[in-house]
Design a protein around this ligand. Structure first.
Ligand SMILES: Cc1cc2nc3c(=O)[nH]c(=O)nc-3n(C[C@H](O)[C@H](O)[C@H](O)COP(=O)(O)O)c2cc1C
Length: 190
């Protein structure tokens, strides 16, 4: 039986060398179901700070980001939480993805968050952007949540883990992303 295939891009909202959120993004690439390929975007830190003045003649890197988001079925984000909100890096990449207003790159994209954080597991960071992304036409795949609490010591120095709880949580989220994309394809075919 052939499966419909979908393509996601993924980025991490942390620049830290031993980042657990970057590790989750790499893990996602390894455990994705056969229907989903994931390409990692490791250059969102090169995007300029969001400035609407740049939109009339966007820098090449912004065009590259818009094209990357538009050409993907799904956007997977390793989303850390700093002071109850997404990191500035993640927020900046997301803000650019919601532009330009007449043709938002994020519209029609399935979005999924994988968070490793402190006590909250990143819930406030995820909640603070989920509703608005939905309002702007993205499909935010909220269930099952991936909100890992203080898991730094469950990854090795290379960012690998064999922890079944972490692997299963990421795999289940990706399965839900595929299910959402299959549903969307069926709706578009109607
Ligand atoms: C400035 C700062 C603020 C933080 N605020 C929160 C927070 O509000 N909630 C939380 O759960 N963790 C918080 N943390 C902990 C980070 O989420 C945690 O260190 C996480 O592992 C960072 O992601 P990374 O491993 O991908 O770099 C904060 C860390 C920093 C550096």
């Amino acid at each position: 039986m052939t499966h419909p295939t979908f393509r996601a891009i993924a980025f991490s909202g942390s620049l830290r060398k031993g980042s657990t959120n970057t590790a989750l993004v790499h893990l996602a690439q390894r455990v994705a179901p056969p229907e989903l390929t994931i390409d990692i975007v490791d250059w969102v830190d090169q995007l300029p700070w969001m400035n609407p003045d740049l939109e009339s003649d966007p820098p090449e890197i912004v065009e590259r980001w818009w094209n990357a988001v538009r050409s993907a079925d799904a956007l997977i984000i390793g989303l850390p939480e700093y002071n109850a909100t997404p990191t500035a890096l993640a927020k900046n990449a997301l803000d650019w993805a919601t532009r330009p207003p007449a043709d938002r790159a994020i519209t029609g994209t399935a979005v999924a968050f994988l968070s490793a954080a402190g006590r909250s597991g990143g819930q406030r960071a995820q909640d603070s952007v989920s509703a608005v992304l939905g309002f702007l036409g993205a499909t935010v795949v909220t269930e099952p949540p991936v909100r890992l609490t203080s898991v730094g010591d469950r990854f090795d120095a290379d960012g690998n883990t064999d922890d079944p709880e972490i692997i299963d949580a990421v795999a289940a989220k990706l399965r839900a992303v595929v299910d959402a994309l299959v549903l969307r394809s069926a709706e578009l075919d109607d």
